[in-house]
Ligand binder design. Sequence first.
Ligand code: ATP
Length: 513
Amino acid sequence: MAQEDVFKKIVSHCKEYGYVFPSSDIYDGLGAVYDYGQMGVELKNNIKKYWWDSMVLLHDNIVGIDSAIFMHPTIWKASGHVDAFNDPLIDNKDSKKRYRADVLIEDQLAKYDDKIKKEVEKAHKKFGDSFDEAEYRSTNGRVIEHQTKRDALHQRYAKALNENNLDELRQIIIDEEIVCPISGTKNWTEVRQFNLMFSTEMGSTSDGAMKVFLRPETAQGIFVNYLNVQKTGRMKIPFGIAQIGKAFRNEIVARQFIFRMREFEQMEMQYFVRPGEELTWFNTWKEQRLKWHKALGLGDAKYRFHDHDKLAHYANAATDIEFEMPFGFKEVEGIHSRTNFDLSQHEKFSGKNIKYFDPELNESYTPYVIETSIGVDRMFLSVMCASYCEETLEGGETRVVLKLPAALAPVKLGVLPLVKKDGLPEKAREIINELKFHFNCQYDEKDSIGKRYRRQDAIGTPYCVTVDHQTLEDNCVTIRHRDTMKQERVAISDLNSIIADKVSITSLLKTLI
Ligand code: ATP
């Protein structure tokens, strides 16, 4: 099945099973805004808990905060967002569709990568085990041709970005003959900068209201609180502050479901370090964050680092952790070395001294910052994409199963009485009443057992137990495992010890140490 179709299926599966709904659905939705349903909110909360605990529980020098969405407007002047939080936009005159110029070019780069990958895969198949990929890449004419074109494009693109050369970005689009996917034409407008911040008005004084912004990132709430936290928490450098919260960006193009939203959630951690030590910490955090992702078992080959072609105005090193979505490798998390830019700017604009006194060095300085910034929604999407699976079973029957990591699954155990009578529902309720303090259980008595298994498969429940007449005599149930569909008879009194550990975030966290 084409990856595009797989993605469409994932989107409709999310809606059908209560994971994600278009926002304002009965009013036909609102562009790039989504609501999480009864299943989605559980998965999202589990992702957030996994992240939060990995930061705040596992590190005694990282603490959390929850800062307000509205902040003093000067903060966004100081941070550079008012002047420079822009994306280059370009319109196609025929379709009237708007695109990000940088994304059009990056998609073109991905096309070259794809061509190279296909050549290599073809050769691998042909030559089998004796295939030497490095040798092939450096000698095959077609691969070399694609690679040379790709490298030249990459170099030209990076230069244009770094010089903020909008005309050159447009020229690249023309020269590469990039067409609008809707109209198929090359009838492009000029490239213009577009500021992504939403604004609104606060208060009503006789002089008029104050213009305030909806924060486009949670990080600034951490920067302006860093000294409050350092002093009240008696934190010593290096230390970190973590935060989970909403962010808002008026994205130019928002067509990929929850990948690019106008209202989304970030999980950010700023790690304050001594000047000069930032690149060592940058590498440490790169490693730690990749380990966090891989521990979920979605497949190590689905991740890669992608260093930024253009460093943001505040950074001296930056990389993305990309995940292989059905529409290609895409950024899920950014790791940035933000220097002391933000703190210095806030010192300048607020006029307050926010330097840190280092008792070991006996000197004051403005700390440097390493930031790890991950979108909850993109993480959610990557988990969904990697977990969605259509299987053909023995006998030709098919099932759709969400092979979610057990620790993230919204429901951990489905409890199913074989029939709706003879005391079986009561026994099933008894089991739930015992286990619900430990993990999320769902009761279901409607339809055949087979249909109920399919429903639990579709929402990703890792375990189901069936209560039958025998249960009333021997206090045992049949437990069924989602992925293998294997069934075994176990004592009700053993259920907690069989399941709790496997579905707990604690066991996931233990793999990180
Ligand atoms: P992109 O290049 O895709 O626009 P970005 O580099 O601007 O993303 P950052 O500013 O580094 O993103 O934000 C950190 C993280 O926040 C991203 O890795 C992503 O997971 C998430 N994020 C950013 N913008 C959005 C959005 N519009 N919708 C959902 N998540 C987002």
